[in-house]
Design a protein around this ligand. Structure first.
Ligand code: ADP
Ligand code: MG
Ligand code: MG
Ligand code: MG
Length: 416
């Protein structure tokens, strides 16, 4: 199959085409003609099939040469599957157990065979339903600290990191999507934008807001120019699958070398949006408990991230930056701690900027999220979105002048 020209799989052709791949056939078991195949992709870009057989199951994710959400008028290269595969292997090495296991990769067919996560559901769905998952803050805080620290010059050998930087530098088209859809389009009347009509006056106000427009471009500058570590690149609550006992991060096709704070900011932004959307999901009863839970998740995720990052700083700082010869080896532990404080403070300020912009693009840009979209009462949805937009503007523009998540979450409650 590897030598064939690319062909999109279908439910009908999948057993014949993948039955010949030993790693897949062994995992699923039984005669391929008997496999049960379903296409379940709900994302914006790719095909996702669940394959079940006599002894096992797996997921086949295949890229298409265009954006699924838009159609073949918007071409997008198949090589994003290559970056997803390489990101998954690095994430597994750096944060063991945090991503689905990979069984097979076919570059020409742009497909990855991976572990079928079941009975996991998408975290965004769970939060919309009002489920309080007990593990997500800890698991995602650890995932971010481990992948972001261990993919950087704080930890890696310079030669290895530079080789990886070169490998992922070719993920140009997916970075371009983020550069335009996240950082630019929301701040002017770009053709693919849309927003809830009741927001018109607020949208006009935000698009005329010079401080916000400058700050958003500073975040874009950082995104494009600060190749600090291998970031996931699309770490929202739709890229996390959960049960009460397990948390897995999926879908790293946007992976590239960028700023640590990008992943952290995007994830926390999606928790804040889940918070602001709760008022729209109260038909089955009050969501006061869920709102308190979400603010707690935000604080705990950040705390766990800081603690794990600090622990890795003290024990795994094996890269060229802040070399131990300058600190610990001269008995200057305090110097190392001082430098750690500077690095974490930088992540903090930038995280808030990225979070603010992520909130804006989900309400003003092309790719909206179900947290708000599922609110049927349009006026109520607009109220939730307006609070989130104001919050996003505040944290992005004032990111250097806020000191704690407690303070920010208090503001979220005031606006909500
Ligand atoms: P896209 O890049 O198109 O967004 P995703 O990787 O996010 O694709 O997958 C789309 C959907 O397919 C997910 O929302 C999830 O429902 C399902 N899915 C993806 N990977 C798995 C997996 N390993 N196990 C179970 N379901 C999965
Ligand atoms: Mg996805
Ligand atoms: Mg998705
Ligand atoms: Mg994706």
């Amino acid at each position: 199959m590897t030598d064939d020209a690319f062909q999109a799989l279908t439910v009908e052709t999948l057993p014949r085409r993948l039955g010949a791949v030993a790693a897949v056939a062994e995992k699923v078991g039984g005669a391929p003609q008997g496999w049960k195949v379903r296409e379940v992709g709900d994302g914006n870009l790719n095909l996702v099939f669940i394959v079940e057989g006599e002894t096992g199951s797996l997921v086949i994710k295949q890229a298409l040469p265009y954006v699924r959400l838009v159609g073949d008028s918007w071409p997008l290269p198949l090589k994003r599957s290559f970056f997803e595969y390489h990101a998954l292997t690095r994430q597994e090495a750096r944060a063991p157990g945090a991503v689905p296991k990979v069984f097979h990769f076919d570059e020409a067919q742009a497909l990855i065979a991976m572990e079928y996560l079941s009975p996991h559901i998408i975290l965004r769905r769970a939060l919309i339903q009002g489920q309080e998952l007990p593990r997500i803050a800890r698991d995602l805080g650890l995932f971010m600290a481990r992948t972001l620290f261990r993919g950087s010059d704080l930890c890696m050998k310079a030669r290895e990191r530079k080789a990886d930087l070169a490998l992922f530098a070719d993920n140009v088209e997916l970075c371009d999507i983020t550069e335009n859809l996240v950082f630019t389009d929301p701040y002017f009347g770009a053709p693919m934008n849309r927003h809830t009509p009741q927001l018109d006056p607020l949208v006009a106000e935000l698009r005329a807001d010079r401080d916000l427009r400058v700050e958003a471009q500073r975040m874009k500058h950082l995104f494009a120019a600060n190749a600090e570590t291998l970031v996931h690149g699309d770490l929202h609550t739709g890229s996390v699958m959960v049960t009460a006992q397990d948390t897995r991060v999926i879908d790293p096709e946007f992976a590239f070398y960028g700023p640590m704070a990008f992943d952290v900011g995007m994830l926390l932004a999606n928790f804040w949006m889940a918070f602001f959307a709760q008022r729209g999901h109260e038909t089955g009863g009050s969501r006061a408990g869920m709102r308190a839970y979400l603010l707690n998740v935000i604080e705990e995720t950040w705390r766990v991230f800081r603690e794990e990052f600090s622990a890795l700083w003290r024990t795994e700082r094996t890269g060229m930056l802040y070399h131990r010869s300058l600190y610990e080896e001269q008995n200057d532990t305090l110097g190392a701690e001082q430098a750690l404080g500077h690095v974490l403070h930088g992540v903090w300020e930038d995280m808030l900027g990225f979070a603010g912009v992520e909130i804006h693009r989900r309400i003003l840009g092309l790719a909206h999220n179900a947290d708000f979209e599922d609110i049927e009462d349009v006026a109520l949805r607009a109220q939730c979105e307006a609070a989130a937009l104001r919050f996003g503007r505040h944290i992005a523009v004032n990111r250097r002048h806020v000191t704690s998540l407690g303070e920010i979450n208090q503001l979220a409650q005031l606006l909500d």
